[in-house]
Design a protein around this ligand. Structure first.
Ligand SMILES: [Zn+2]
Ligand SMILES: [Zn+2]
Length: 363
């Protein structure tokens, strides 16, 4: 029969229905994210969840197949969703405008078939690793450099993770919870050839994983100068802090539209709720006594608006420290997030189970 997928059916091991049942999260809709998203949409993966906080700039146009010049200034996920539906109307596209850790709760991540990290900085990679390891979700990391790239597929939370391959000083400095804001794209040399190559290798591994076919483990690297590829095995670092799995999770009938106070009232009074990433409390200037509360990870600044001096920030990782009238959404907690709760009896886990505002972040 001549249908959209008739050539797929001739590929040994290919099961279109298996792909159709899969949900893949794509974190980052830059150059690599564009290529991966269009390939998976055309391959017929059932649902793609797109996460990106950024808007389209002119420099994206040389590498992003889904974006046009008229799209500059629009949200990447919004435009990507429109173009992917054109490519394959049968794919469900769930576009979330925001940093993936703030728009995709851990309970939702746990249900996804695979997360593909198409990000461009170490902090985001560590957030991917930490969150996927917590809920034991498989993830694939794709990176490029001017004449090459690498792809890493992690399917076993007990085996080596992305952070296991970092030198000890980086691991200590970078895996500690911090109140970092999503990083802006760092300008490095890049063009479509390595983007397309890295994304094609990554998509091949992703499809094989989704089709339950064998996949290479370790770091796969390609070098466009020499034409060489190789596979580097990575060993589990026993000191790596990113392998603690979440235990039993209790569902709480609270959504991220509820306030902090409403969540705390569902818990025993001595509860301390831990946030995965610290939240800014105040920005202050010691030179002129300028001080401002800054709860919602809004755009931060380095220079005092009053006197031009350097500013400093205080932050907290405990929900009880934050004004109770704020909604969980306002401090960057996604729907269906899982949070750790410490009480006199020990440590437990809660999942926000709704009802949810399906319009927030959706594009
Ligand atoms: Zn590790
Ligand atoms: Zn000042």
């Amino acid at each position: 029969m001549d249908d959209r997928y008739s050539r797929h059916d001739l590929i040994p091991g290919w099961k279109q229905a298996t792909l159709q049942a899969a949900t893949v999260v794509i974190a980052g809709l830059g150059a690599v994210g564009n290529e991966v998203a269009r390939s998976l949409a055309m391959a017929g993966v059932g649902k793609l969840v797109l996460c990106d906080f950024d808007t389209i700039s002119y420099s994206n146009l040389s590498r992003c197949i889904l974006f046009r010049q008229n799209d500059v200034g629009r949200f990447k996920v919004e435009v990507a969703a429109e173009r992917l539906i054109e490519l394959n109307p049968s794919v469900v596209i769930d576009a979330r405008q925001g940093y993936f850790a703030r728009v995709l709760g851990l309970a939702e991540l746990q249900e996804a078939s695979l997360l593909i990290a198409c990000v461009d900085n170490l902090n985001a990679r560590l957030d991917v690793t930490g969150r996927c390891n917590l809920v034991r979700s498989p993830y694939l990391d794709i990176g490029t450099h001017p004449w090459g790239g690498e792809v890493r597929l992690y399917t076993d939370p007990e085996a080596a993770c992305y952070a296991c391959s970092l030198p000890p000083d980086r691991l200590q400095a970078d895996t500690q919870a911090s109140c970092r804001a999503p990083e802006e794209e760092v300008a490095v040399g890049a063009a479509i050839h390595t983007t397309a190559l890295a994304a094609a290798w990554g998509t091949s591994f992703a499809l094989r994983f989704l089709l339950r076919l064998s996949c290479p483990a370790g770091i796969f690297r390609f070098n466009a100068i020499t034409g060489a590829t190789d596979l580097v095995s990575v060993h589990r670092n026993p000191d790596c802090p990113l392998h603690m799995p979440i235990g039993n999770v209790q569902q709480i009938a609270v959504s991220n539209r509820h306030t902090i106070q409403e969540l705390l009232s569902e818990l025993s009074p001595d509860s301390r709720v831990w946030l995965w990433n610290a939240v800014w409390e105040t920005v202050y200037c010691s030179a002129c006594a300028y001080k401002k509360a800054i709860w919602n990870a809004e755009k931060i600044f380095d220079i005092c608006p009053e006197c031009g001096g350097d500013v400093q920030y205080t932050h907290t990782q405990h929900l009880e420290d934050i004004p109770g009238h704020l909604r969980l959404l306002e401090i960057g907690i996604p729907e269906r997030e899982i949070l750790g709760v410490e009480t006199a009896e020990g440590f437990t886990w809660i999942a926000l189970s709704g009802p949810f505002d399906t319009t927030a972040h959706r594009r």
